[in-house]
Ligand binder design. Structure first.
Ligand code: NAD
Length: 485
């Protein structure tokens, strides 16, 4: 097959003004961290981007106290419409600075500019616009006539959608009248620090948003702080479990958005070419670093060979390389550690007897990369069918009947997402009723909307983000407000 040659089309980084180092954003200003400084690097080039401070337990204490002061003195006293004005202002600034934010996210995370520009940043702005609209309408959230904010929310986010996960956390918390201390992931702090500048630009009262950078120990200190009322965590299931254990017996509210092993189910009556695009976006979007990825493909047995053939042909056309190039489909894996995790699970898949196929794209010399990979001859007991790989790796299994598809799809400790491809609406509804997953797409995949709740069952966590349900996580239904620990 002959492929078109593309001229390089790199997005310029000139729009970005990255400082050589960043402190912590506490009480409305950047302050020095007391812990050691650490570097954030570009996963596609391994080049140094900037240095950020590591918040130690004293810094965490400062940040929580700043958030408490802001809650008591200003934010909880403002009317909903006043809070909404700040959120609308933040949303508009995000739109105005979206190109700059997209470039920063691509540099720090490694995901293609096409995605940060066309998916992440529009959704970040949409999340702030959506919750800005709720700020003066909380009595219509279904939580009684006078829902109350909780107080100080401790928020911890992962590296796969750094600014989008920040938006999912901060927008509803602020709309509901809480103040926040947010910790971005250690490999992707850049856009959270730019967001701190946006808070300043928007004139947000000091201490309403505090951003502290650091690794797991900073997150653990934040969760353990006695001054918080709520923990909102997105990340891996093991860390979520340890957070749940550390909060047991306290009255701190928690929502946990954890891992997944979503099933993408293709019936023989589906529009196959459309399904191929859905399979590709389901697992190769964002290098597969997506909690709700369709990482298990369940395909009806009679169309298995056809689907696989078309899928492999399509994967050969994906362009892997410089994430700042506007033609790139597959960017870099976010870190060396994550690349090692992916490689170890792929090795396990081969050792257990599954058949590996990888597209023959050339990997750059520098940086962290993994080719789009498909496993066939996968048994439900294989590690590649059970464990979250969080990379561009698809495990393909077959089924004969809808019952078998349901049994296989539900054979997972997780329960975050699923996809159904069929032309029969009755089958979509019947399948959706039987699948144990928080989000189910039909004839599409990985579609996100701020008005739609998102969350999991079982080891995918508990609580919902997005929509009216996402407000409930930051509000007390009665006039009885939790008083901390
Ligand atoms: P991770 O759990 O290692 O880290 C997530 C965040 O928690 C980071 O900010 C990290 O510094 C912090 N952290 C680490 N140890 C901590 C501790 N002991 N106490 C408090 N905080 C701690 O996860 P990751 O590798 O960064 O992210 C990938 C995981 O996130 C995947 O499992 C993915 O499925 C999940 N995820 C889930 C959703 C969802 O909405 N369900 C969305 C995105 C990612």
């Amino acid at each position: 097959m002959t492929f078109l040659e593309y001229a390089p089309a790199p997005e310029s980084t000139a729009i970005l003004d990255i400082k050589p180092s960043y402190g912590l954003f506490i009480g409305g200003e950047f302050v020095d961290a007391r812990g050691d400084a650490f570097a954030t690097i570009s996963p596609s080039t391994e080049e140094h981007i900037t240095t950020v401070g590591e918040a130690n337990a004293d810094d965490v204490d400062r940040a929580v106290k700043a958030a408490r002061l802001a809650y008591d003195k200003t934010w909880s006293k403002l009317s909903g419409s006043e809070r909404g004005k700040y959120l609308f202002r933040i949303a508009r600034i995000i739109q105005e600075r979206s190109r700059e934010l997209a470039v920063a996210e691509t540099m720090d995370n490694g995901k293609p500019i096409r995605e940060t520009r066309d998916v992440d940043m529009p959704l970040v702005a949409a999340w702030f616009f959506y919750y800005a609209g709720w700020a003066d309408k909380l009595e219509y959230a279904g939580l009684g006539p006078k829902p109350q904010s909780l107080g100080v929310a401790a928020q911890i986010v992962p590296w796969n959608f750094p600014l989008l996960m920040l938006a999912w956390k901060i927008a509803p918390a602020l709309a509901a009248g809480n103040t926040v201390v947010l910790k971005p992931a250690e490999t992707t702090p850049l856009t959270a620090l730019l967001f701190a500048e946006i808070c300043q630009q928007a004139g947000l009262p000091e201490g309403v948003v505090n951003i502290i950078t650091g690794a797991g120990s900073t997150g653990a200190a934040l969760v353990a702080h006695p001054g918080i009322n709520k923990v909102a965590f997105t990340g891996s299931t093991p860390v979520g479990r340890s957070i749940a254990a550390s909060l047991a017996g306290t009255d701190v509210r928690a929502t946990l958005e954890l891992g997944g092993k979503g099933a993408n189910i293709v019936f023989d009556d589906a529009a196959i070419d459309q399904a191929i695009e859905g399979i590709v976006s389901g697992i190769f979007f964002n290098q597969g670093h997506v909690c709700c990825a369709g990482s298990r493909l369940l395909v009806q047995e009679n169309i298995h060979d056809d689907v696989l053939h078309r899928l492999q042909r399509r994967l050969q056309t994906l362009r892997l390389g410089d994430p700042l190039d506007k033609n790139t489909d597959i960017g870099a894996v976010n870190s060396k550690v994550q690349l090692e995790r992916i490689s170890a699970l792929v090795d396990a898949g081969e050792a257990e007897g599954a058949t590996r196929w990888s597209s023959d794209c050339v990997l750059p010399d520098k940086g962290f990369w993994f080719q789009p990979t498909v496993f066939t001859n996968v048994h439900t007991s294989h590690r590649v069918a059970q464990e979250e790989i969080f990379g561009p790796v698809l495990s393909v299994m077959t089924f004969r009947t809808p019952e078998e598809a349901i049994a296989k799809a539900n054979n997972t400790p997780y329960g975050l997402s699923a996809g159904i491809w069929t032309e029969k609406a009755s089958r979509m509804l019947a399948m959706a009723n039987a699948l144990r997953a928080g989000v189910i797409w039909a004839n599409t995949f990985n579609k996100f909307d701020p008005a739609s709740p998102f969350g999991g069952y079982q080891e995918s966590g508990y609580g919902r983000e997005g929509g009216r349900h996402g407000l409930a996580a930051y509000l007390e239904a009665s006039d009885q407000k939790a008083g901390g620990r």
